[in-house]
Design a protein around this ligand. Structure first.
Ligand SMILES: NC(=O)c1ccc[n+]([C@@H]2O[C@H](COP(=O)([O-])OP(=O)(O)OC[C@H]3O[C@@H](n4cnc5c(N)ncnc54)[C@H](OP(=O)(O)O)[C@@H]3O)[C@@H](O)[C@H]2O)c1
Length: 269
């Protein structure tokens, strides 16, 4: 099976490349400003905002499955238009599509979000991820759309943010809750979905919710750092417009997938 990992230079994308090779797939990965750091993966430069270039690359690679990960937090054309271009190109060659979405498209509420809950974005990033989903579903109703949460693991920007907050260089919110997931668990789940026929949205996140500040304390414990240095505040006090309480209910994924989605305390314990 040939898998094209769009955004193969990214944190999740490189893990999908690595595990895809290990599973015996032929893997092609794309990069934009970075590079493919996984030996054995054929690297191709691609800008997903260039519709013609995306179509040409996918037509040339002729993958059986496409994993779509690219995003830029503050760039609609990459996050939304880029996702549409990849979905269109995958559909043109009849490739199975697994699109990476985010919990950030929800507005936040105290009860967990089910797989089929519609987006309720509160900022431009959430709106772009919601628009991407709409485009992907319209182009390919058979695609799997993976809504995930904070991605942890070696080199994770979420762990780096916690380390920075423990060193007083950043601040973590006590009122922003998420369901962190390990990058390896997520990559395995994505590859399982690439081989399945699951259609539609699937929450794929860890089973435990923690606040960003609690995550900081778990990181302190895990790496032997002084928790007393942790800088915290509330999102409300900081005046940022971000969804506060977003807990993804990943029970369907836990039933469907062989991959076990581990909780944050098991990951960092
Ligand atoms: N990280 C999290 O905690 C988190 C949480 C929820 C959801 N997600 C979702 O998970 C997915 C993967 O996240 P990640 O943390 O692995 O992202 P990442 O490490 O920032 O990687 C982003 C990827 O997008 C590529 N990219 C950026 N602009 C591009 C462009 N114009 N054309 C083509 N490729 C472009 C980057 O390529 P270069 O680096 O080569 O430029 C990189 O490969 C995203 O869809 C994100 O929304 C992530």
């Amino acid at each position: 099976m040939r898998v094209l990992v769009v955004g193969g230079s990214g944190f999740l994308g490189s893990e999908v490349c690595r595990r895809g090779l290990r599973a015996g797939f032929s893997v092609v990965g794309t990069f934009h400003s970075g590079s493919i750091g996984v030996p054995g993966v054929a690297g191709r430069r691609l800008d997903v905002t260039d519709r013609a270039a995306v179509r040409a690359l996918v037509a040339q690679v002729r993958p059986d499955a496409v994993v779509a990960t690219p995003y830029r937090y503050d760039d609609w054309t990459v996050t939304a238009d880029g996702a549409a271009h990849v979905a269109l190109a995958a559909a043109e060659v009849g490739a199975r599509l697994v699109h990476l979405s985010s919990d950030a498209l929800h507005g936040g509420r105290p009860t967990p979000y089910a797989d089929d809950d519609p987006p309720s974005p509160v900022n431009a990033y959430g709106a772009a991820k919601a628009a991407a989903e709409t485009a992907v579903r319209a182009i390919d109703p058979g695609a799997a759309l993976v809504r995930t949460s904070l991605i942890l693991g070696e080199g994770s920007k979420q762990i780096e943010l916690c380390r920075d907050a423990l060193a007083g260089r950043a601040v973590l919110f006590t009122d922003e809750f998420r369901c962190p997931i390990d990058v390896g668990d997520l990559a395995d789940a994505v590859l399982e979905l690439a081989r399945s026929s699951y259609a539609g949205v699937l929450n794929v996140a860890g089973p435990e919710a923690v606040s960003r500040a609690e995550l900081g304390l778990l990181v302190a414990e895990r790496f032997g750092l002084d928790p007393a240095g942790l800088k915290t505040t509330t999102a409300a006090a900081a005046g940022v417009v971000r969804p506060s309480d977003v807990r993804l209910d990943s029970a369907r994924a836990a039933d469907l997938l062989r991959t076990r989605l581990r909780g944050v305390r098991e990951l960092l314990g």
